[in-house]
Design a protein around this ligand. Structure first.
Ligand SMILES: Cc1cc2nc3c(=O)[nH]c(=O)nc-3n(C[C@H](O)[C@H](O)[C@H](O)COP(=O)(O)OP(=O)(O)OC[C@H]3O[C@@H](n4cnc5c(N)ncnc54)[C@H](O)[C@@H]3O)c2cc1C
Ligand SMILES: *[C@@H]1O[C@H](CO)[C@@H](O)[C@H](O)[C@H]1NC(C)=O
Ligand SMILES: *[C@@H]1O[C@H](CO)[C@@H](O)[C@H](O)[C@H]1NC(C)=O
Ligand SMILES: *[C@@H]1O[C@H](CO)[C@@H](O)[C@H](O)[C@H]1NC(C)=O
Ligand SMILES: *[C@@H]1O[C@H](CO)[C@@H](O)[C@H](O)[C@H]1NC(C)=O
Ligand SMILES: *[C@@H]1O[C@H](CO)[C@@H](O)[C@H](O)[C@H]1NC(C)=O
Ligand SMILES: *[C@@H]1O[C@H](CO)[C@@H](O)[C@H](O)[C@H]1NC(C)=O
Ligand SMILES: *[C@@H]1O[C@H](CO)[C@@H](O)[C@H](O)[C@H]1NC(C)=O
Length: 520
């Protein structure tokens, strides 16, 4: 009892101080005290000893922040993952810190106990283990949900507990925005650390190019502001390096004036003539984009199982409230749309529309690859996609799509900002970024559907290579775990990322204790 009071006092003193930083030794002592007082659970535990200890210690010191299986909070948080694979992953406990100091405590606690952990922001990564962990500690950042606009309205400080809807809806009242995701329910954390394609990226670059500063918990538990001047190498690595360099507890985002958009989707029944016209429009947009960087397009081919037909959806966006601008007229002049949601809309309304067409709760797989901008290659890739989907299209609830997006030269011109990002694409383009995205209902179909997705990738990559149109780059936010993302940034960048990791995290905490997602 006396020791428990001592533990409580120690933490209280630290948590009331805003810059609280623990040392590894202090946390080790506290956990050892806790262990000596709680030997009774050791024989009945069903989780690894380290996690039993860490969950117990965190729950003892911060009872409101810790949830065990079969409690309302735990089950609710589990239900908030987008993919079923992540929602069905069961951590020993879930910890929801309310401050960077509490995040630091969890990281040092993991080092002491060797309990492995995962970190969740918006929970939209598709594969199991990305932001949840069987038998380990899941750190759910949902309470770090600050959104603060600076007095001069040029910067918004955003906690990773927010999804983009929260941020956009707040800034929209001021006719302002930040560079973030296009679906309302995506998290600020994962999207920004992997790159982050926004509706406005031809004007401003990707989300990562628009982070002025990161507040980061390092592997030694210290809490630091990472800017181009304070830690230039780490600042560079955080722009594309994913979860390999620390836990980001705040993003300071460049903020821009922005009003309504003209945007929406046009849907067509697939036939090869319509496809050819739309693919041509896409190709020419790649060529002509620099003449009007307000335009962007997401071009999706999908199979509608209920109707038994392939469809084409052109999602068009123009960053001003001007209907049918010339830059997009090669798309809008294609005849035969069977559905059309093009309109003047607010950003939040548009991201809600896309959220509705990407519902959670299903089994999911995401894959990616990058090729040159070329119409005949697009035709080949669509043929490959349909050939593979035909083999699995009977699977219950399947929604298989292949999605083309341009990485424009305007986007990559911003990739050199503040010393450049880690993606290895600066100055390249236009490129066609391909995303294979399949959702379905039954686990028993996992194997054949994932094989089909991988076949689409392999065969398309082979077709691109045959035409000299293959690009090594893999977009982290769309990649499957089987894809080796970080080496795809190029040998120089990969070596530099490894060196930065060694410098700030010599024992490899972010890789060894946090095994999920794309590792260096
Ligand atoms: C429906 C849908 C729409 C999408 N639309 C877009 C889009 O418009 N543009 C785009 O670029 N991408 C898009 N994506 C891809 C998206 O960017 C990735 O899925 C991204 O990983 C989601 O981030 P999250 O925070 O929601 O995910 P999470 O699963 O919570 O996190 C993903 C990874 O990042 C790590 N991480 C998260 N926050 C932190 C942090 N603060 N510190 C350290 N590590 C952290 C997690 O540990 C995890 O490994 C979309 C995905 C889906 C499913
Ligand atoms: C949670 O409840 C289920 C069903 O009631 C039970 O099978 C399971 O063992 C419980 N899990 C834990 C960790 O207590
Ligand atoms: C935002 O823009 C609209 C349309 O231009 C204008 O009516 C409104 O007053 C603006 N709001 C603010 C807070 O500036
Ligand atoms: C379109 O499909 C038809 C019928 O299958 C075929 O004859 C024709 O060659 C195709 N055209 C193109 C441009 O692929
Ligand atoms: C539209 O397509 C034509 C070719 O059909 C092309 O010459 C033109 O540049 C395209 N315009 C735009 C704005 O992409
Ligand atoms: C977008 O706004 C329109 C008009 O206000 C509304 O009818 C529609 O339901 C909104 N859509 C979404 C997805 O919020
Ligand atoms: C997104 O859609 C899901 C349903 O799939 C819903 O539960 C959630 O509230 C939506 N989120 C936002 C921010 O719109
Ligand atoms: C696809 O290619 C990868 C890497 O070349 C290989 O490991 C994998 O087995 C291939 N998968 C299929 C389904 O052909």
């Amino acid at each position: 009892m006396r020791i428990q009071m001592f533990v409580g006092l120690f933490l209280f003193l630290r948590l009331v101080s805003a810059v609280a930083v623990y040392t590894l030794e202090e946390v080790q002592d506290q956990i050892e005290s806790y262990r000596q007082q709680n030997t009774n659970g050791l024989t009945s535990r069903s989780v690894p000893l380290g996690c039993w200890l860490l969950c117990g210690f965190l729950g003892f010191t911060l009872p409101n922040q810790l949830a065990y299986p079969n409690t309302t909070i735990y089950e609710f948080e589990e239900s908030r993952y987008w993919s079923q694979q992540q929602a069905l992953t069961n951590p020993a406990c879930r910890f929801s810190p309310t401050s960077p100091a509490q995040v630091s405590l969890a990281v040092l606690g993991s080092r002491v106990t060797q309990c492995k952990f995962a970190v969740k922001s918006g929970g939209h990564a598709a594969f199991a283990g990305a932001s949840n962990i069987d038998g380990g500690l899941t750190i759910d950042l949902r309470n770090l949900n600050e959104i603060t606009l600076s007095a001069d309205k040029t910067q918004t400080s955003v906690g990773p507990g927010n999804v983009w809807y929260d941020v956009y809806s707040k800034l929209e009242r001021e006719n302002l925005t930040v560079i973030g995701g296009r679906v309302s329910a995506i998290g600020v954390g994962g999207l920004t650390l992997g790159g982050g394609i926004s509706f406005f990226s031809s004007r401003y670059g990707w989300a990562c190019d628009n982070v002025n500063a990161y507040e980061v918990v390092f592997a030694d538990g210290s809490i630091n502001s990472v800017t181009p001047s304070s830690y230039p190498d780490l600042y560079w690595a955080l722009r594309g390096g994913g979860n390999n360099f620390g836990i980001v507890t705040r993003f300071d985002l460049a903020t821009y004036p922005q009003g309504d958009l003209w945007a929406g989707s046009q849907t067509f029944l697939y036939n090869n003539q319509t496809a050819l016209q739309i693919n041509n429009a896409f190709y020419y947009l790649g060529i002509n984009a620099p003449s009007d960087p307000y335009a962007q397009v997401i071009l999706a081919y999908a199979y509608a199982q209920t109707e038994g037909v392939y469809v084409i959806a052109s999602d068009l966006q123009y960053g001003k409230p001007e209907p049918n601008p010339p830059i997009l007229q090669n798309f809008t002049s294609v005849p035969g749309a069977v559905a059309d949601t093009l309109r003047i809309a607010t950003l939040t309304n548009l991201t809600e529309e896309f959220n509705n067409t990407n519902p959670g709760g299903f089994r999911q797989t995401y894959w990616t690859f990058t090729v040159g901008n070329d119409v005949s290659l697009m035709t080949k890739m669509i043929d490959i996609y349909m050939d593979e989907v035909d083999k699995v299209k009977d699977a219950a609830g399947i929604v298989p799509s292949t999605i083309f997006q341009l990485i424009t030269t305007d986007m990559t011109s911003h990739f050199t900002r503040n010393g450049g990002n880690a993606l290895g694409l600066a100055g390249q383009g236009p490129l066609n970024l391909v995303n294979i995205d399949i959702s379905w209902s039954k686990e028993s179909d996992d194997k054949r559907i994932i094989a089909a997705a991988q076949n689409i990738v392999n065969r398309s990559v082979a077709a691109a290579k045959a035409e000299g149109l293959f690009n090594e780059y893999l977009y982290q936010n769309y990649a499957a775990l089987q894809q080796d993302v970080l080496p795809s940034y190029g040998a120089t960048n990969y070596a530099k990322l490894k060196a930065v990791s060694k410098k700030y995290d010599p024992s490899g905490v972010w890789q060894k204790l946090q095994p999920g997602y794309f590792k260096l």
